[in-house]
Every structure is written in structure tokens, then in C-alpha cells.
Design a protein around this ligand. Structure first.
Ligand code: GDP
Length: 295
């Protein structure tokens, strides 16, 4: 898994620093180079890696450690801080500025998209919002029923028609339907599979143009590692990605691919899925994520 390897490589770089007897410019440069190599080998965007490591190098060479803190401890702190900044300095929730706010979710089948939409609907409902869900997945007939089963017991309505073959029409009608009903938030689900990837991306483009969502949310499986980069990039070509949900971060997964998905889209992770139940969704906390990454 990409992220596990990355965590190990970053740890090795910091351990090398801990072992060295002196901390001079050459040591710092070597540690920074190791960090750089680790990130690039993990498919993280090269330009972002260079920005990140330049900041780390500049700060470690310029900043004086505060009293009582050794140079080494201070460098480790800088690496933590900069990696955290790279992932988004604070857990920013999805903004609900306008009513209704329309959210479009995209992601590959099996990523946990349907479950995440139900969780998201629940999350907003708990905060007092009236939420409507639109299923525009015409490819997998079960998607509509799966979504209904998950949220109807909570009193959340799902708009869809398993017999309709026009996904763009469904998305448009669904948004209109909930607008008329006075929903605060409308979440539109899209297909996660098609005859071929090209038509999936094309459909995404058309849905996005038709409903003009306030934000597009990419759902990425936290266990897929390297593939995350290309997956995220493909979706970004269809429509700008505003935020990312990384699923399946419960269990042993360290969040493979999350860093690369962030790098590929330039979007921030806003939520993580931590289980199969409807309440297993947490706002993303970059500090905790980096701590986990560095072990
Ligand atoms: P979709 O095809 O992308 O809509 O994926 P589903 O929502 O149907 O999820 C696929 C599988 O992943 C299901 O068995 C879900 O219960 C499971 N799943 C989704 N999110 C999580 C999560 O955060 N943690 C765990 N452990 N399982 C999840």
C-alpha cells in the first residue's frame, strides 16, 4: 500500500536524523532529499513535493529552536507541521452557504460512494438541515434501492427511477423536485461504472453542466493505494473536484492513496469513512492523519 510505504520512508528519514551526531546543513539537506524521494516515489505530484520540501528546508535552516527544544526535535516538528499543512491545515467542513446547496458525488463503484452519501445525508440531517438525495445512477439498478434502504428509515427522501435510462434527465429532475420541496441540501449520486471509463467521465461532465453543483465530492477508497492518483485525475478532468471523502479508514488501512488523491485534484479531504454504519463518518483531521502516517 502506497501510504504505508510512504510512512515507512518518512520515518526512516526522520530516524536517520535522530541517529546523526551533528545537525548541520548537510544533514538537513540529506533528510529533506530523503523526504522528497519518499513523496515522489509515492506518486505525489512533483511540483507539490518541491514546494513542500523547499518550505521544510528553508524553515529548518532559518528557524532557531525554542528554549529547551533540541534542533532535531524542532526539525521533526517542522516536518509534521508542513505535512499537515500540505493536507489542509484544519478540518474544513463542506460549506452550506446557499439554500439549496447542491452537491454532486463522483467515484468508482465499490469505493463506498452510496454508503458515504447516506452518511453525509445523516450528518447534515443531525445538524438540522433538510436533505434530499437524487440517484442518477442508471447503470446499476440496485443503487436506487440501496440508497432508499439506507436513508428512508431516517425520514430522508430519495428521488430516482430505476427504469429511466437518461442520467442527466434524472439528475435535473431530482434537483428541481427537491428545490420545490424546499430542501436545504440536495446530494446527487452519479454512476460509478459505465461501458468504459470514457463514457463515465463524459456523463459526469454532462451532469455537472446540467445541475451546476456548488461542490463536487470525490469518494475514494482508502485502501487502493497507487491507483488513487489516476482515478482522482480522471474525475478531475470531467469536473473540478471540491472535496474528497476517503472511505474504509477503519481497520488496518492507513489511508493509501489519500495523499495522491489530494495531490491529483488539489482538493482537500473533508470527511473520512470509518465503518459500515451510517454514523461512521468523521470530519477529516489532518493532524491526526499525519500522526498516523508517521506512526
Ligand atoms: P459504491 O459501489 O461506491 O456505492 O459502494 P458502497 O457504498 O456500496 O460500498 C461498498 C462496500 O464498502 C460496502 O460493503 C460498504 O459497507 C463498504 N464501506 C463503505 N464505506 C466504508 C467504510 O468507511 N468502512 C468500511 N469498513 N466499509 C465501508
Amino acid at each position: 500500500m502506497a501510504l504505508e510505504k510512504l510512512g515507512k520512508a518518512l520515518n526512516n528519514a526522520l530516524r536517520k536524523l535522530a541517529r546523526s551526531s551533528t545537525v548541520d546543513e548537510a544533514t538537513i539537506k540529506e533528510v529533506v532529499r530523503d523526504i522528497q524521494r519518499a513523496l515522489i516515489q509515492s506518486d505525489v505530484n512533483v511540483r507539490l513535493v518541491l514546494d513542500l520540501t523547499k518550505r521544510i528546508e528553508k524553515r529548518t535552516l532559518e528557524e532557531k529552536p525554542p528554549a529547551g527544544v533540541s534542533k532535531k526535535e524542532h526539525i521533526i516538528k517542522i516536518v509534521y507541521e508542513e505535512l499537515t499543512r500540505f493536507l489542509g491545515t484544519e478540518a474544513k467542513p463542506i460549506e452550506i452557504k446557499e439554500k439549496p446547496t447542491v452537491l454532486l458525488t463522483v467515484g468508482i463503484q465499490g469505493s463506498g460512494k452510496t454508503t458515504s452519501i447516506a452518511k453525509l445525508a445523516r450528518y447534515f440531517q443531525k445538524r438540522g438541515y433538510k436533505v434530499g438525495l437524487v440517484c442518477s445512477d442508471t447503470w446499476r439498478p440496485g443503487a436506487y434501492y440501496q440508497l432508499k434502504q439506507l436513508v428512508e428509515p431516517l425520514g430522508i427522501e430519495v428521488f430516482g427511477d430505476p427504469d429511466e435510462k437518461d442520467a442527466i434527465k434524472l439528475a435535473k429532475e431530482g434537483v428541481e423536485y427537491f428545490k420545490e420541496k424546499g430542501a436545504d441540501i440536495i446530494i446527487v449520486d452519479s454512476a460509478g461504472r459505465h461501458k468504459e471509463e470514457k463514457s463515465l467521465i463524459e456523463e459526469m461532465k454532462q451532469i455537472s453542466n446540467a445541475i451546476k453543483p456548488h461542490e463536487v465530492i470525490l469518494v475514494i477508497d482508502g485502501t487502493i493505494g497507487q491507483q488513487a492518483y489516476n482515478q482522482a485525475l480522471a474525475f478531475k478532468e470531467a469536473t473540478p473536484i471540491g472535496s474528497i471523502i476517503v472511505t474504509k479508514l477503519d481497520g488496518s488501512a492507513k489511508g493509501g492513496g489519500a495523499l495522491s488523491a489530494v495531490a491529483a485534484t488539489g482538493a482537500l479531504i473533508k470527511f473520512i469513512g470509518v465503518g459500515e454504519r451510517i454514523d461512521d463518518l468523521e470530519p477529516f483531521d489532518p493532524k491526526r492523519f499525519v500522526s498516523r502516517l508517521l506512526g
